[in-house]
Design a protein around this ligand. Structure first.
Ligand code: NAD
Length: 280
């Protein structure tokens, strides 16, 4: 029996995503038939609320599963038969596995960042972390930091209400951690053992850094979630200052590694997927 896999990515503006070719090339390298199609809501003229219909159509057409991205990660929750514990706690799903007629939601954004942190910054001191950015990526990252043992987490965002509500949600999930919201000012950055950047600042069309990297010292680690470019101004400046650095490509690859494993029940080669990602 020849194993084969058919996967889709549902979201807005996903046609240029690097996730489909990352999965397909890993499938090629493993010698399995693996097709992965972007299903761009804008291109096909469907509203985000169509995610449930698309899931059911995919099940009927023999899809193995879907990755789900902006703006459907919460909308999809209502259409699933089961949820992993982490996806339920986080209230967001980016991976749906269709098997034996049932749909099961997972969140590999969080597990991908947690894995990236473990592999890319082994032994990182999580005793006092500052996170800048409390949006979609920031929610998964905060959850991953706390699940990885962060003791104190300061969440900052230009939208203070957003930071406060993420901090409150994380406090109720991780009552033993000290989670607060506030400004990522000079004192906070200097005091942190590590800093995570979860805003769009650093992308090609949002150049710059969300705080002054001159505040960083070599004992600190710095992680960025922006992966276009992989080498953001913050990653470069932090490295130049002697900090250990985790680039945003690590999370992008990590979520794909974990999703590939869920879809195929085969072990992906994370280093090979990282190499494919960097070559694209
Ligand atoms: P979002 O719009 O949901 O959240 C971004 C947040 O950043 C907003 O709350 C905004 O108020 C805040 N913000 C913007 N500028 C700020 C500043 N200067 N200081 C403080 N806060 C600021 O966006 P998102 O979906 O979370 O995506 C954020 C970035 O993460 C994007 O660049 C995206 O490409 C990247 N991302 C990476 C991965 C990955 O796997 N590496 C996954 C998801 C998103």
């Amino acid at each position: 029996l020849q194993e084969s896999f058919l996967v889709g990515l549902i979201g807005d503006g996903v046609d240029p995503s690097l996730t489909p070719p990352m999965h397909e090339r890993e499938g090629d390298a493993q010698g399995v038939r693996y097709l992965y199609r972007p299903i761009d809501l804008g291109r096909i003229g469907r509203a985000p609320s169509a995610v449930g219909d698309l899931l059911r159509a995919g099940r009927d057409l023999g899809f193995t599963g879907f990755n789900i991205t902006h703006p459907c990660k919460q909308l999809v929750l209502a259409h699933l038969d089961e949820l992993s514990d982490d996806a339920r706690r986080l209230g967001a799903v980016n991976t749906v596995v269709l098997r034996d007629g049932a749909s099961v939601g997972h969140n590999t954004d969080f597990s991908g960042f947690a894995g990236a942190l473990r592999d890319g910054l082994p032994g990182a001191d999580l005793s006092d972390v500052v996170q800048v950015g409390a949006g979609g990526a920031g929610s998964a990252v905060a959850y991953a930091l706390l699940a990885s043992g962060a003791r104190r987490l300061l969440v900052a965002d230009l939208d203070g209400a957003r930071a406060a509500s993420l901090a409150e949600a994380m406090r109720s999930l991780f009552p033993h951690a000290d989670v607060v919201s506030g400004a990522a000012d000079a004192d906070a950055i200097r005091r942190a053992t590590g800093v995570v950047q979860c805003t769009p600042i650093g992308m090609h069309h949002h150049p710059g850094t969300p705080f002054d990297p001159a505040l960083l010292s070599p004992a600190q680690w710095v992680a960025d979630v922006v992966y276009r470019p992989v080498e953001t101004a913050l990653v470069r400046a932090a490295r130049e200052r002697g900090c250990r650095v985790l680039d945003g490509g690590r999370m992008a690859v990590g979520q794909a590694v974990d999703a590939f494993r869920l879809f195929t029940r085969r072990e992906p080669d994370a280093q090979r997927m990282r190499a494919h990602f960097l070559a694209m």
